[in-house]
Ligand binder design. Structure first.
Ligand code: NAD
Length: 493
């Protein structure tokens, strides 16, 4: 029995959004957008032409010239309107996220909640954090002060896995400080953000040109980044693409805030509260079907923790119910595309080839009502070593690799040798152990007895090593990305 209804069965050809108007792209190249639980086409998305990208940037630039002059209390009223629209329509937005991405309804609703929190935090940024500094009499009769200025048009390029939350990691802060944006959502999951723009268009009545949207592949991203009037790019996605963009942005001399791939380790100490630890680990490894940059991917029980945690972890993983996230009692949805499913199968083969023991095999699961969906069940490998491919590379699916460790120092060494540095979690009852761990690991986010180390909007978000490129992190810290500081020193004879 269906609990939640799809908003529409099909969203047709998605229009790009320029200068406050939905426009049908002139391109002949449209890409199919799928519902991954059903393997059905639910929309078509244009690979926007370069001239249209240029038009979107010009429109954002024209809007910026007026928007930066708009008083802050007026700008903030528009942010309140955006919050109001998201709040009132969160259920319908969540259902479209499920339909296009495949995550379960509660996860989708949580995603919209996170987007709203960023709007709320940006309202605080507008009023409180962008204030400048002033120092009187730095020399005889001379005063000096600092003002933050907006920079113009920012490019926002987002990944498939959080189609609404990730654009909202940036949009509200850009608008709060007086910038405008051109957003390029993922070509795989463009429908939820498209729907958000439709709602904002109808109900928020923002000044035209503040938020512009173009769709498509890497060529559209490249056209956007290289436009002269774009001052910088806020990107979230894979390390492979982040590296391409970082190089390009370097050549062009622009700003970059690039949040990239991950390989996260969860450590369990023998003194952890095992029942709560295991349930927390299950949602960390298999929530969103493992397609979260903060999902744990490698499980490292230390010493006696192994026997206390691994059998129970496997037992609970086996019980997860797969299905369509809009149906009742579903714990885990499908992978987002057939290609992603094939990638996970590839890594499972690789684990077997390299000698890991496949203790729980999620391949060939049958989901009765949805025989064509891109499903794979929770998968657990034991006897994994840190050198194996499955312990090093980002799988981005519901596959847990278990590595046995004898000491905490061994785990710290393992985490610090990883190419990635997005997040890690430790489960323990010892404050001393937790403190040592959080101080020793070279990662951006640490969870202590928490499996998904997600910072709230009012804390910055970013990783280290191959998980982040740039200087300024996301969420509240993006204030420093979207503004620059001007110093004025003055004397009045
Ligand atoms: P992806 O890198 O394939 O795509 C991300 C975006 O970049 C898409 O919009 C895509 O069209 C665009 N793009 C592709 N090539 C480009 C190019 N040459 N120039 C400009 N834009 C280009 O990532 P994905 O598969 O959509 O998302 C999954 C990845 O995102 C995972 O690696 C995951 O770890 C990462 N991720 C990281 C965070 C974080 O905060 N660190 C958060 C979410 C996801």
């Amino acid at each position: 029995m269906a609990t939640y209804k799809e908003v529409l069965p099909n969203y047709g050809k998605l229009d790009i959004y320029i200068n406050g108007k939905f426009i049908s792209s002139e391109t002949h190249e449209y890409l199919k957008v799928f519902n991954p639980a059903k393997d059905e086409v639910i929309a078509q998305v244009p690979n926007t032409l370069k001239e249209e990208v240029d038009e979107a940037v010009e429109s954002a630039y024209e809007a910026y010239l007026k928007w930066r002059e708009t008083p802050i209390p007026t700008r903030v009223q528009y942010l309140f309107r955006i919050k109001d629209v998201l709040e009132r329509h969160k259920d319908e937005i969540a259902r479209i996220i499920v339909q296009n991405h495949g995550k379960i309804y509660d996860e989708a609703l949580g995603e919209v909640r996170r987007a709203i929190e960023n709007v709320e935090t940006a309202i605080g940024v507008a009023y409180l954090l962008q204030k400048g500094e002033y120092l009187e009499n730095v020399a005889g009769g001379i005063d000096e002060y600092l003002v933050r200025e907006p920079l113009g048009v920012a490019a926002i390029i987002s990944p498939f896995n959080f189609p609404v939350m990730v654009p909202f990691w940036f949009i509200p802060y850009a608008l709060a400080v007086g910038d405008t944006v051109v957003v390029k959502p993922s070509e795989i999951t463009p429908v939820p953000f498209h729907w958000v723009m439709k709602l904002l268009h109808e109900e928020a009545r923002l000044p035209p040109g503040l938020i512009n949207v173009v769709y498509g592949l890497g060529n559209v991203g490249e056209a956007l980044i290289s436009h002269k009037k774009v001052f910088g790019v806020a990107f979230v996605g894979s390390t492979r693409v982040a590296r391409i963009i970082y190089k390009r942005v370097g050549e062009l001399g622009k700003k970059a805030l690039l949040q990239a791939g991950a390989k996260n380790f969860a450590v369990v100490m023998p003194d952890a509260k095992m029942d709560r630890t295991v349930t927390n680990l299950i949602s960390s490894f298999f929530g969103n079907t493992g397609q979260r940059c903060l999902a744990n991917s490698v499980l490292v029980p230390v010493g006696e923790a192994y026997d206390k945690v691994v059998p129970k972890f496997i037992e609970l993983a086996k019980q997860l119910k797969l299905g369509y996230g809009l149906d009742e009692d579903v714990d885990m949805g499908p992978m987002v595309t057939r290609k992603s499913l094939e990638r996970v199968h590839y890594y499972i083969e690789k684990g077997l080839e390299e000698g890991a023991k496949l203790s729980l095999d999620g391949r060939n699961v049958k989901v009765e009502k949805y025989p064509n969906g891109y499903f794979i069940g929770p998968t657990v490998f034991e006897d994994v070593t840190p050198e194996m491919t499955i312990a090093r590379e980002e799988i981005f699916g519901p596959v847990a690799s278990v590595i046995k460790a004898s000491t905490l120092d061994e785990v710290i060494d393992m985490v610090n040798k990883s190419e990635y540095g997005n997040a890690t979690s430790i489960f323990t009852s010892s404050g001393e152990v937790a403190r040592k761990y959080r101080r020793s690991v070279n990662v951006g986010n640490v969870g202590i007895n928490i499996g998904i180390a997600a910072p709230m909007a009012f804390f910055p978000f970013g990783g280290r090593k191959e998980s982040f490129f740039g200087i300024v992190h996301g969420q509240v810290d993006s204030l420093d990305f979207f503004t620059d500081k001007k110093i004025v020193i003055e004397r009045w004879w």
